[in-house]
Design a protein around this ligand. Sequence first.
Ligand code: NAP
Ligand code: 8YV
Length: 317
Amino acid sequence: MKPDILISGGTTPRMIDRLSGVFTLHTSPGPDGLADLLQQVGPTVQGMMSNGHGGVAAPVMDAMPNLKIISGYGVGYDTIDVNAALQRGIIVSHTPGVLNDEVANTAIMLWLAVSRRVIGADAYVRAGRWPREGFYPLTHSVQGKRVGILGLGRIGQAIADRLAVFDAEIVYHARSEKPVEYRYYNDLTEMAQNCDVLICITPGGTGTHHIVNAQVMDALGPKGILINVARGSVVDEPAMVSALTEGRLGGAGLDVFEDEPNVPEALFAMDNVVLQPHVGSGTVETRQAMGDLTCDNLIRFFKDGKALTPVLECADL
Ligand code: NAP
Ligand code: 8YV
């Protein structure tokens, strides 16, 4: 018998090919159709794959009384109720490590794009303005800047590794100091006062909700650039829009938003803002690696009861 697995959220054909050889798959038609599907197959489902956007709440788990593992297709799992899973003896796994370089590259790409006004300059050429108006206005270099990393974990360190080529002065904020040569700031606002760029790369969830608030953005200041490749919830989005609108924040490169896929329209007209639709890990190569690990967690679990990469809270299960 092939164990029944519920697929919720985006996958790739390669993932479906790998999983369908070992499991009986039930693919959720989306948030509206999930309840009906759970009513039909919930009692038989033993495993679930979730891409983290839709999340997995306790009632969904309760509709699958034989659920043993939730395999996250992504490293962030703030939309999965891990405490509820633990209470039900359900293991949660994710895909750490395999996406570090891609997301770090995305953060650097956003910083370069904002600082050098790549989008605005491209539009300038396409609009035929260069022959009419002459050279595009000077922008700002990324060389030799003070870069603050909010969340010096796996991806944060990959970002720091890339900053060497920009002769950056690297500082960081996290809940605890790390054994690294960069200056640690226990106070995020103080760090922002001493940065030209603030790059957000922490998990989402209640622990980081709006930790980049109006005070931090004012400290970053009218020449400061905010880069967010973490979760939209990390930044107080209305406060960010106000700071950008009023010129209290110099620019922003954003891959994540509080209410995805909805983005504050006030940002659309700003040429000091670069917007991306949560594509930090969105390449064929990286999503293949993530998808393989997502599948491997399920396959390994049903082989010997252990996940390859359980989330921290489930490490001992
Ligand atoms: P990680 O290795 O666990 O690193 C997380 C870092 O955040 C750690 O340095 C941690 O240090 C710090 N942190 C956690 N809570 C904090 C808090 N309340 N205040 C300050 N710092 C805090 O995770 P990762 O693999 O680097 O991934 C980080 C996050 O990136 C993911 O959770 C996800 O939200 C996001 N992400 C986004 C994309 C995208 O497509 N844009 C793709 C992948 C990941 P301390 O424990 O010392 O605080
Ligand atoms: C998305 C991400 O999850 O891994 C994460 O935490 O934010 C991204 O990789 C992506 O949509 C994969 O589902």
